[in-house]
Structures are given as structure tokens and as C-alpha cells.
Design a protein around this ligand. Structure first.
Ligand code: THU
Length: 130
């Protein structure tokens, strides 16, 4: 991964709105055409109404035109190697294939690289619904 995806995730994390958990998270993804989309978690006083950094990122990706996702990075201020929550694994798998690289980061860069498919074995497939 070129360092710019990590930097985009880290910059997004700095914009997190996480006054309740105080657990800022950032995510970024790159598409085959070279575009980078990023996002942070956004919390709400009615706690279940908040959402994750990966979800913000996917919103930007869809509104930016979508495309093939080639790699994804996630970072949390207070946890080295944060992994996407279960719901975000399903959301990411909606738009990114199982071979997509997912970079788990700390404050300095990538700590571990995993396959998205390995993060969601036997995930629900919506193909039959289309
Ligand atoms: N969070 C994310 O943004 N992404 C994840 O994959 C894990 C959790 C956020 C949600 C909430 O704002 C905070 O981290 C604590 O759960």
C-alpha cells in the first residue's frame, strides 16, 4: 500500500465526532481509478443512532461514483490494529470483493494486512435478492 491511504484514514480519524466513546476511528478506501474516499465515526446522543468510520467512508464512495475497491485501511486512536465491526464487515463486503486487502493500522502505519473475505467467512450474500 502506498502511504497515502494510511494518511487519508488518519486524517479522517482526526475529524471523528466521538464525544461519547472518545474512541475516534478513521477509514479510507482506494478505487481502481485511483480515487481515495475516507471517513470517521459519527456518534449521536441516542447511542444506537451513531455510525462507524467505515460506513461514512462507504457513503462518500457511493456518492463519489463507486467503482472497484482495491484496498481499505482502518485506524483507531486508542487501539493498534482495530478491526471493522461485524456490521461494517458486511457493509464493506457489499462493495468490495473477498480478495480486497484490508490494512489494520496503528499511529505509524500498517500493522497487519488481511483479506476482507477472511474477516467475514460465510457472510450473507445478497445475490439472490437482485
Ligand atoms: N467504530 C468504528 O468507527 N468502526 C469500527 O469498526 C468499530 C467501532 C466506532 C463506533 C463508535 O463510535 C466507537 O467506535 C466505539 O464503538
Amino acid at each position: 500500500m502506498s502511504h497515502d491511504l494510511f494518511e487519508a484514514a488518519k486524517a479522517a480519524m482526526a475529524k471523528a465526532y466521538a464525544p461519547y466513546s472518545k474512541f475516534p476511528v478513521g477509514a479510507a478506501l482506494r478505487t481502481a481509478d485511483g480515487k481515495i474516499y475516507a471517513g470517521a465515526n459519527i456518534e449521536v446522543a441516542s447511542y444506537p443512532e451513531g455510525w462507524c468510520a467505515e460506513t461514512t467512508t462507504l457513503g462518500h464512495y457511493v456518492m463519489g461514483g463507486g467503482g472497484k475497491i482495491t484496498e481499505i485501511a482502518v485506524i483507531a486512536e486508542r487501539m493498534a490494529k482495530v478491526t471493522p465491526c461485524g456490521g461494517c464487515r458486511q457493509r464493506l463486503a457489499e462493495f468490495a470483493g473477498p480478495d480486497t486487502k484490508l490494512y489494520l493500522c496503528d499511529q505509524t502505519g500498517v500493522v497487519e494486512t488481511v483479506r476482507l473475505g477472511d474477516m467475514l467467512p460465510y457472510g450473507f450474500r445478497g445475490d439472490i435478492l437482485k
